[in-house]
Design a protein around this ligand. Structure first.
Ligand code: NAD
Length: 243
C-alpha cells in the first residue's frame, strides 16, 4: 500500500473526512474533494494530502480530481465516491421533484462521472479499486427519505453492473452501506430526545457508528486483502439490515 494514491469525495466532513485522514495516516497520497471549502482546510495541512473544491455533479470536478492525482502523485490506485446529500422532503411537497433531481445528480450522476473519469488512470496502473458510499437506506425501506433511498439503491446496482464490465481489467468496484453514523448529516437525529433513542434502539449493536468504522472498511476494500471482492455492497450498520 506504499504507493497508494486515492481520491476521496465528500472529504470535508464525516465519513469522507475520516477516510481521507485514515488513508493519509497510513501513508497514502490523498486528493480530498468537497463542494464546501471549510472542511478541507484542516485536511490540507496533513502530509500527502491535496484538496480540490468542486461539486461532484459537475463533469469538470471528476476530470480535475483525477488529473490532480496524476499531476501531483503520478498515478491513481483507488477512488472513494462518498459525497452525498440527504432527502427531498415529502414527495407531495412543493419543489420535491426538483430537489429529487439534485439528489440524483449528486448521489448517482456524481458516482457515474467519478467512475468514468477514473477508468483510464486505473487501467494505466493495471487495475485498481473503486468504492462507493451507498447506505443501508438503499437496501431497505426507510420512512420519509424516498429520494435518498432511491439514489442509494441506484448505486448498489450501478456498482454491480460496472464491476462486471471492468472486472476483466482488474478494476474492482464495490460499495459500503453505512447505517447510522455520527456525522453532520445525522447529528439532528442522534441528538433528538425521542427520535435518537428510537433509531438507535433498532440497531442490534445498540449504538451509532464512528465515521472511522466506515473508513476502515473502505481501506479494506481498496487493499490487496480484498483482491477477490467486486460488485458487492457491504452493510456497515451494526446489524440493522440483518434485523
Ligand atoms: P456529511 O454531511 O458529514 O459529509 C458529506 C460531505 O459531502 C460534506 O462535506 C459535503 O460538503 C460533501 N458534499 C455534499 N454534496 C457534495 C457535492 N455535490 N460535491 C462534493 N461534495 C459534496 O455526511 P456523511 O454522513 O459523512 O455522508 C457521507 C456519505 O455517507 C454520503 O454519501 C451519505 O449519504 C452516506 N451515508 C451516511 C450515513 C450516516 O449515517 N451518516 C449513513 C448512510 C450513508
Amino acid at each position: 500500500m506504499s504507493n497508494h494514491v486515492v481520491v476521496v469525495t465528500g472529504a470535508g466532513s464525516g465519513i469522507g473526512r475520516a477516510t481521507a485522514e485514515l488513508f493519509a495516516e497510513r501513508g497514502a497520497k490523498v486528493v480530498a474533494v468537497d463542494v464546501a471549502p471549510d472542511g478541507l482546510e484542516k485536511l490540507a495541512a496533513l502530509p500527502g494530502v491535496v484538496t480540490y473544491v468542486g461539486d461532484v455533479a459537475a463533469e469538470s470536478t471528476s476530470h480535475d480530481m483525477v488529473e490532480l492525482a496524476l499531476s501531483r502523485f503520478g498515478g491513481l490506485s483507488a477512488v472513494v465516491l462518498n459525497a452525498g446529500i440527504g432527502g427531498a422532503g415529502p414527495l407531495d411537497s412543493p419543489g420535491a421533484i426538483e430537489r429529487f433531481d439534485y439528489v440524483l445528480a449528486v448521489n448517482v450522476r456524481g458516482v457515474a462521472l467519478g467512475i468514468r473519469a477514473a477508468l483510464p488512470a486505473l487501467r494505466a496502473e493495471g487495475g485498481g479499486s473503486i468504492v462507493v458510499t451507498s447506505s443501508v437506506s438503499g437496501l431497505r425501506g426507510d420512512p420519509s427519505t424516498w429520494a435518498y433511498n432511491a439514489s442509494k439503491a441506484a448505486v448498489v446496482n450501478l456498482v454491480r453492473g460496472v464491476a462486471i464490465d471492468y472486472a476483466v481489467e482488474n478494476i474492482r468496484v464495490n460499495a459500503i452501506a453505512p447505517g447510522l453514523t455520527a456525522t453532520a448529516m445525522t447529528s439532528g437525529v442522534i441528538s433528538h430526545p425521542t427520535l435518537g433513542p428510537a433509531v438507535i434502539g433498532r440497531i442490534p449493536l445498540g449504538r451509532s457508528a464512528d465515521p472511522r468504522e466506515q473508513a476502515e472498511v473502505v481501506w479494506f476494500l481498496t487493499s490487496p486483502a480484498a483482491s477477490y471482492i467486486t460488485g458487492v455492497t457491504i452493510p456497515v450498520d451494526g446489524g440493522l439490515s440483518a434485523n
